[in-house]
Design a protein around this ligand. Structure first.
Ligand code: ADP
Ligand code: MG
Length: 315
């Protein structure tokens, strides 16, 4: 875990509430297309792939991988990526929508959305509903252990995602998270963090894409180093290099230990100086005692601080 400053390291030990992003943070963010529901499956995959061809959202990458055919750039016009909604393009001159319920509702498309525990991408073309694509993602190996450990430490935990209700609640159930915010747009995520921040110290852990404002807003913003976008890494206070959430716990432990050692060293240094000062005033201190109180104590403090390095293995 790379921590950007000393005060950020200190914040790790003071957190009350930890808010996790879903995709790419608790789940791997490697979606696999498992089903396509449509009359013409090839057509909706073709439409979806053309729409997603300019996006680098994890959903886009997996749809393109499934389609696995060349994209005809000449057919695409007016590409628009709407964060938290999906994509709109003109495909062969007609409007094509590829995204979630919010996107289709905002264009007044009529259809029945299935209530399933997976991420969904709906496709509409020229005002007509075409069908949907089911994408599945897996939990990261250390996700459950991270949540369990944080609970034992007495922290409040929330899940916050732009994805729909059923998948959000399913993931929260599997991990034992009680508090879920779902179907949130990036600016709504920021508002939630701003409200929580008034009462408690809040950390937000996210992978990026459009999480930068939330990462900046939280008392402590933590991003994923491998999967996360450059912007998210830039906007965060700490970066988990291996993308496994469990390292967040290591950082909390290191922070708590560092804080303890700093306080011990400060009391030692100031305490010794104070005693020597009094002894000096009473005429009992010589030059060597003064040197010990200054340089000697500095050396002891450094050696004591170095034990954090070896204690890391015991954490
Ligand atoms: P999360 O909060 O899980 O990281 P995002 O904010 O990136 O999710 O996206 C929220 C939702 O918006 C996604 O679950 C998806 O339904 C929709 N969405 C975003 N970008 C795309 C895209 N490129 N293609 C299709 N759907 C998208
Ligand atoms: Mg995300």
């Amino acid at each position: 875990v790379l921590v950007k400053s000393g005060s950020d390291l200190e914040t790790f030990s003071q957190l009350d509430h930890i808010v996790f992003d879903k995709t790419g943070t608790l789940t791997k963010g490697e979606f696999v297309v498992t089903k396509v529901y449509a009359e013409d499956k090839d057509l909706i995959l073709k439409l979806a792939s053309h729409a997603e061809s300019k996006s680098n959202h994890p959903i886009a990458l997996s749809i393109l991988k499934t389609y696995n055919q060349p994209i005809v750039d000449a057919d695409i016009e007016d590409f628009k990526e709407i964060f938290g909604h999906g994509i709109t393009i003109k495909y062969q001159g007609k409007l094509c929508l590829v995204g979630n319920d919010k996107l289709l509702k905002s264009h007044h498309i009529v259809y029945d959305s299935p209530k399933i525990n997976h991420s969904l991408v709906h496709v509409a073309y020229d005002g007509l509903y075409m069908g949907y694509i089911v994408l599945e993602d897996e939990l990261k190996i250390s996700a459950k252990q991270t949540i369990d450990t944080l609970k034992k430490m007495g922290k409040k935990i929330s899940l916050m995602t732009g994805d729909h209700e059923f998948i959000a609640k399913d993931i929260a159930n599997k991990l034992g998270i009680d508090n879920v915010y779902y179907e949130k747009l990036p600016y709504e995520k920021k508002q939630i963090i701003d409200t929580l921040k008034r009462e408690e110290k809040v950390a937000f852990i996210g992978d990026g894409m459009n999480d930068a404002p939330v990462l900046m807003s939280a008392d402590l913003g933590v991003s994923m180093g491998m999967l996360g976008s450059d912007l998210a890494v830039e906007a965060s206070d700490a970066v988990i290099m291996t993308d496994e959430p469990i390292h967040f716990i290591d950082a909390i432990k290191t922070s708590t230990l560092t804080r303890k050692v700093v306080l011990q060293n400060m009391s030692l240094a100031i305490g010794t100086k104070f005693i020597v000062l009094i002894l000096g005033a009473l005429g009992f201190a010589n030059m060597w005692l003064a040197i010990f109180a200054d340089v000697g104590i500095s050396l002891i403090a450094v050696i004591h601080a170095m034990h954090i390095l070896s204690a890391k293995n015991e954490l």
